[in-house]
Design a protein around this ligand. Structure first.
Ligand SMILES: Nc1ncnc2c1ncn2[C@@H]1O[C@H](COP(=O)(O)OP(=O)(O)OP(=O)(O)O)[C@@H](O)[C@H]1O
Ligand SMILES: [Mg+2]
Length: 366
């Protein structure tokens, strides 16, 4: 690919001397002797670099740069200001504010000019390559999500059959089975339920990442939300004699949010708190803030998480050295989904936790 370089100067003799300095086989040189002409060329051609005279009648170099930087098509083109005006700091800073990458001072030194141009062309080529790779990665990620979404969606039906039919067998004739076979049936049912949970999580991730899910926003009652979350999690909590409670600060208003999705966030955090806590401990949910911004804390007295592992907590499929206390299953997707939902609500989630001191997962949204 040939690099296209635009030289801008109101004096033709300057343009020709620059051209002869920079002309090489792998370059196409364009010349403009006014800001207007420069903009026209810049919008038409895919330029790799612009050398821009600062002092020109009508539109000066700073104005041209400003226009180039405020247009999507041209804003990434590196600009070098070529100037005879004094090397005063304030001019240089103005140029840099307008988006210049560098300065060249007249009279131009051939070696310095060539070397700066070479470096910037290299820089631009690398930047283009990174952008291209990034786009390829985004496309691959989209394909991955599509594939995961399809696979998990289509696997759910046959799995649903296994769950329903094995429960039917267990209910209808299971009591006649020898103990060994009763155990087998239990294993079939519990593993297929775990698999369904996993598939649902994968489907959630792929849906959120591909932007299929939209937020159904309405004012929500935090009180109702906490109540619902506690009743969803009562059974596993009771099994471990874990006490669930909540408190809501008086000032807390009714924030705009997608109730179903925020409930999914709470359920994930509370189910973690139960899963990674020892029996006979307590979990508390708190809320504070206003209708504009609300912060919720999920506080447990569980095992706590070593600081060095905090950074991986919210990545997909990541688990820490902390294990569930009653053999509950885990896919490592819960907190990744939670983070995505919270961020879709323009919020953020973080963790405060130390081994032996329990964990607090605060999250805010607005
Ligand atoms: N409250 C907590 N206390 C201690 N460790 C926790 C807590 N919550 C999460 N963890 C640790 O973080 C890891 C990631 O949690 P995450 O919810 O993403 O996945 P998971 O619970 O393993 O699986 P699932 O996809 O079923 O939620 C867990 O495996 C656990 O090691
Ligand atoms: Mg979890």
């Amino acid at each position: 690919m040939k690099h296209k370089i635009l030289l801008v100067d109101d004096r033709p003799e300057n343009l020709y001397s620059l051209e002869s300095m920079l002309m090489e086989d792998d370059r196409i040189i364009f010349k403009a002797n006014s800001g207007d002409e420069a903009l026209k060329i810049a919008f038409q051609e895919d330029l790799s670099l612009i050398l821009l005279d600062v002092q020109m009648p009508e539109m000066d170099g700073f104005e041209v740069a400003n226009m180039l930087k405020s247009t999507k098509r041209t804003k990434k083109i590196p600009i070098v200001f070529v100037t005879a005006i004094s090397k005063e700091k304030k001019y240089m800073l103005q140029g840099l504010d307008e988006g210049a990458m560098d300065y060249l001072f007249k009279p131009l030194d051939t070696d310095i000019t060539r070397s700066k141009v070479n470096t910037l062309l290299q820089f631009f080529a690398q930047q283009k390559e990174i952008e291209q790779k990034n786009n390829e990665l985004l496309k691959l990620n989209e394909e991955k999500n599509f594939f995961l979404g399809m696979a998990s969606h289509d696997l759910r039906n046959p799995l649903g059959n296994i769950i329903t039919l094995s429960s039917l067998i267990s209910q209808d004739i299971g009591h006649n089975f020898p103990d060994e076979y009763k155990n087998y049936l239990e294993v079939i049912m519990s593993t297929s339920r775990r698999m369904l949970e996993m598939l649902n999580n994968i489907l959630d991730v792929s849906k959120i990442e591909s932007g299929v899910t939209t937020l159904d926003l309405a004012p929500i009652s935090v009180h109702d939300l906490f109540q619902e979350c506690i009743s969803c999690n009562k059974l596993p909590a009771d099994k471990k004699k874990i006490h669930l409670s909540y408190s809501i600060a008086d000032s807390t208003g009714k924030p705009y949010a997608d109730k179903g999705q925020i409930l999914q966030v709470l359920n994930n955090l509370v189910s973690n708190a139960i899963k990674y806590s020892h029996p006979s401990t307590a979990i508390e949910l708190t809320a504070e803030g206003s209708s504009e911004e609300i912060t919720i804390h999920i506080i447990d007295q569980g095992q706590g998480i070593p600081e060095s592992e905090h950074k991986v907590l919210f990545s997909a499929f990541s688990k820490t050295s902390v294990r569930s206390t009653a053999g509950e299953g885990s896919t490592g997707l819960g907190l990744n989904i939670v983070k995505k939902i919270v961020e879709a609500h323009h919020g953020r989630i973080w963790v405060k936790s130390k081994p032996g001191e329990g964990s607090v997962f605060p999250f805010l949204f607005r």
